[in-house]
Design a protein around this ligand. Structure first.
Ligand SMILES: [Zn+2]
Length: 344
């Protein structure tokens, strides 16, 4: 009697589940049969009227049927939802090639990349072309061929990361100059941009920073050419009124050597915090290539002379944009980089 009643109920319920055309009407049908005041609950409540002996078997049967119906419901629901989703996707409502409603966040060029590009762009107008080289260099190309004799105290000028006995993380991009002179015949006009490494870290020094170096090898090269090239570069980079001066200095690979100062682009030479009130700011080093360097690359020093110069890219960017801490370049903050969009 109970079992017949249950079978009829399951049949009716399945009928209305299958008749449901969407998940909403399916849910309504579920509530009608399996909900708190649904027909199954009514039957379960009615079990109280049965005798004590009949009750366990009847309860078990009702629960079995209920479970059967719940499983059927889940299956039908899943089919309906899939069909509904497919309909949405196929219909005109969804267009997957349409742009999203929120504005996309656009990334930003890093100021170091922008400055390197600008430096190359200016110097390429004087005929300089880019050459590159590896970060790990032989001691020979990083030091010996650049006139740093073994055990020479000049090697202490650059705190070096050694890799074994004979290799280093390049401390400057000058080995690129060596590589070029060894493989390409003069006359040469090349730029060596890239990252370099030194054991040094504070507010104005980073263990990994960027340089752009220039090398010019030709006949009868003089300090006048060097002043001309650097003056042109500085005026193009910092502004047409920027003046340049050379101070005598020492580097193993150039003779004579000079440090390059320019009038402070921030105060225009009047004196400010950045230039320590001097009106001048140091931006790089330069000189005529030491004959030992030319001959170490097989060049005849009676015939060929060279000039070379080098700038720290971070320093150029800090002066140009008024950035006070070199570590900002390595912190990967998009808010930092965003400020330089369109600046160069
Ligand atoms: Zn100043």
């Amino acid at each position: 009697m109970l079992s017949e009643q249950l079978d009829q109920l399951v049949e009716d319920a399945l009928g209305s589940f299958k008749a449901a055309t969407n998940s909403k009407s399916l849910y309504d049908a579920k509530v009608k049969y399996l909900g708190k005041s649904g027909k199954f609950t009514e039957i379960l409540k009615g079990l109280g009227k049965l005798s004590k002996e009949e009750r366990p078997a009847a309860g078990k049967l009702v629960n079995e049927k209920k479970k059967e119906l719940e499983e059927a419901y889940s299956q039908i629901l899943s089919n309906l939802e899939t069909a509904e989703l497919n309909k949405k996707i196929e219909g005109d409502f969804f267009n997957f090639s349409f742009p999203g409603s929120s504005e996309a966040q656009i990334g930003s060029r890093h100021p170091i990349g922008l400055v390197i590009e600008e430096m190359i762009s200016i110097l390429s107008r004087l005929g300089f072309a880019v050459r590159t080289g590896p970060h790990i260099e032989s001691d020979e190309k990083n030091f010996s061929k650049l006139n740093f004799p073994k055990d020479h105290p000049a090697r202490d000028m650059q705190d070096t990361f050694y890799i074994g006995k004979d290799h280093v993380l390049r401390t400057h991009t000058s080995p690129i100059q060596i590589r070029t002179m060894e493989t390409e015949p003069p006359p040469l006009r090349i730029l060596a941009p890239g990252s370099v490494f030194r054991c040094d870290s504070d507010i104005s020094h980073s263990p990994n920073f960027y340089q752009v170096e220039g090398l010019y090898v030709d006949k009868k090269v003089s300090m006048a050419h060097l002043k001309g090239i650097i003056g042109f570069f500085v005026r193009e980079f910092f502004g047409e009124k920027t003046k340049t001066r050379f101070r005598p200095s020492y580097f193993p690979f150039t003779e004579p050597s000079a440090e390059v100062d320019c009038t402070c682009p921030i105060c225009k030479g009047k004196g400010c915090r950045t230039c320590s009130n001097s009106g001048w700011i140091e931006i790089g080093g330069c000189g005529l290539v030491h004959p030992n360097v030319l001959s170490s690359c097989g060049l005849d020093t009676d015939k060929w002379q060279g000039l070379a110069f080098g700038f720290g890219v971070e320093r150029m960017a800090m002066i140009k944009f008024g950035i006070s801490d070199i570590r900002l370049f390595n912190e990967n903050l998009v808010n930092f980089s965003n400020q330089f969009n369109g600046a160069l």
